[in-house]
Design a protein around this ligand. Sequence first.
Ligand SMILES: O=P(O)(O)OC[C@@H](O)[C@@H](O)c1c[nH]c2ccccc12
Length: 259
Amino acid sequence: MLDALTAGALEDAEARRGDLPYDELDTVARASRTPIDVVALLSQPVDGVHVIAEVKRASPSKGRIADIPEPAALAAAYAEGGASVISVLTEGRRFLGTLDDLRAVRAAVDVAVLRKDFLSTRYQLLEARAAGADLVLLIVAALDDATLADLHGFAEELGLSVLVEVHDADEVARALAVGARIVGVNTRDLKTFEMHPERFTELRPLIPAGVVAVAESGVQSVGDVQAYKAAGAHAVLVGETLVRDGEPAARVAAFRSAS
Ligand SMILES: O=P(O)(O)OC[C@@H](O)[C@@H](O)c1c[nH]c2ccccc12
């Protein structure tokens, strides 16, 4: 499934490339607004924990979760609740997101924005910067070491921060080997969709001081956030719980102040 998602995202980007060639996009991207330094942002101490709040309509494991006709309105609610970063899923086939969602969110809020997608080329990183992202996702399990190193370096050259996603100890080592400064432990295995809530606590000791640690997926309650904070998370990434049940601003605020 991970390979299929990555291949699909690449195919869609190749289609867009027909309209906007690499060199033109490169010029547009580098001339667009300077991204926020998300490493510095998430390194700042807070009373509770930094919240990365996700705009998520659907997923391969759950199908459709929420309609979200106006991502900008949801993003504004997340910002009002105190989210440090807004994650926007731009994958179209299974998550039903678009780059236009990211552009709309960027225009609506001043907080940092993450392009959440299955990225595997420099072109897609340029798209992220041009659309107004500050942070991009690179999934270690989806990339070979050479590609991971190339994309990580290129993103940083563009001024983008990088959330490097891992799910086991070997992937933590691969992330650190390319100089990852933000490591996200996805407690959902993207190959099987099984949840492993204990995975963050197990892997946290492998993430050195000075590197930002993010706990991703499956967060449902303030208690879950407190547990991740106690285990050493600088930030938690929350999707479904925020989009499904209404009151997104209040929920973000409650998670944000969990301690
Ligand atoms: O909806 P949840 O269980 O709160 O999960 C959010 C986020 O962690 C999840 O959407 C995610 C984590 N890593 C990803 C990689 C690609 C797509 C999606 C994801």
